[in-house]
Write a protein that binds this ligand. Structure first.
Ligand SMILES: Nc1ncnc2c1ncn2[C@@H]1O[C@H](COP(=O)(O)OP(=O)(O)OP(=O)(O)O)[C@@H](O)[C@H]1O
Length: 261
């Protein structure tokens, strides 16, 4: 899917100023875009605007057509997303993952492929596809029976990632908002290899957008957009942005220095 935003603005209802302003961005089909920036700069809002969740001002074209010309159900069907506040359902592992693509919920192979990509196969081995998950954590919760498995934050993230990968196999646009926040370093590296592979697999033209605070992962994206105070101040591949010695290079070097200390 191609995405072209021209002078895109967005304001949350009731707010007294635009949270996104003057957004100009071109994402080619089959490429990856990493979004970086400080807390509260507008990264999540930008990804939600790009997938048509918000009524914006300015032009937003998906595959050359205004997003408003599409039936929202069509965009929903062709998009897979994982946001930071993903749901933890007090359902079985099959249901928690399969809900990403209900048509394939009964297909064990499809579930296993998604769980392999999302890093949840170990959880499947422990609790089984029909094992019930406890959204209240180890303390249990009102109305919960005792035979439910309690997962750690990172394990829940793996379940949610697997849910996204269930859908990603058919999507033209895949969005991940801080997908590795609770993952250990090994799982994080594996995840980003899979995310980068999404756009390139089987000759598909799937477009992948992800938000990451980790510059070592974002640098592998085809383009990196730096969001500051609601607008994109720099955009391009890692080498180009480093050569520019601007804001991206500054943030990258701050993070790198933190590792070298
Ligand atoms: N539903 C909302 N209603 C009103 N304002 C909001 C809403 N969601 C976010 N905002 C505001 O919009 C601004 C951008 O928020 P957003 O979540 O897009 O930033 P972010 O860059 O993704 O932040 P973080 O890195 O902390 O996740 C913030 O000032 C935030 O307070």
């Amino acid at each position: 899917m191609s995405i072209v935003a021209t002078n895109l603005n967005f304001r949350y209802p009731g707010a007294n100023k635009d949270v996104l302003h003057g957004i100009n961005l071109t994402i080619l089909p089959g490429t990856t875009l990493a979004i970086v920036g400080l807390n509260g700069s507008g990264k999540t809002t930008l990804t939600k605007a790009l997938m048509g969740l918000y009524e914006h001002q300015g032009s937003l074209l998906l595959n050359g057509r205004p997003i408003t010309a599409y039936d929202p159900a069509t965009i929903h069907r062709r998009t897979s997303c994982l946001f930071q506040d993903f749901c933890r359902y007090s359902f079985t592992l099959r249901e928690n993952v399969g809900i990403g693509n209900v048509d394939q919920m009964a297909e064990d192979t499809a579930l296993e492929i998604a769980m392999d990509r999302g890093g949840a196969l170990g959880i499947k081995e422990k609790v089984g596809l029909e094992g019930k998950l406890n959204r209240y954590g180890s303390g249990g919760g009102e109305g919960e029976d005792e035979n439910t498995a309690s997962l750690s934050g990172g394990q829940w993230q793996r379940v949610a990632l697997s849910r996204s990968f269930m859908r990603a196999s058919e999507a033209d646009l895949v969005i991940f908002d801080e997908p590795s926040a609770s993952l250990d370093p090994k799982a994080e590296a594996q995840l980003f290899d899979r995310i980068h592979a999404l756009s390139r697999q089987n000759g598909r033209r799937c477009t992948t957008i992800y938000i990451s605070h980790r510059f070592s992962t974002g640098m592998k994206a085809d383009q990196i957009a730096v969001v500051e105070d609601g607008t994109i101040t720099e955009c391009g591949p890692h080498a180009e942005l480093m050569a520019k010695a601007g804001r991206y290079a500054e943030l990258y070097n701050i993070q790198k220095a933190g590792f070298e200390e």
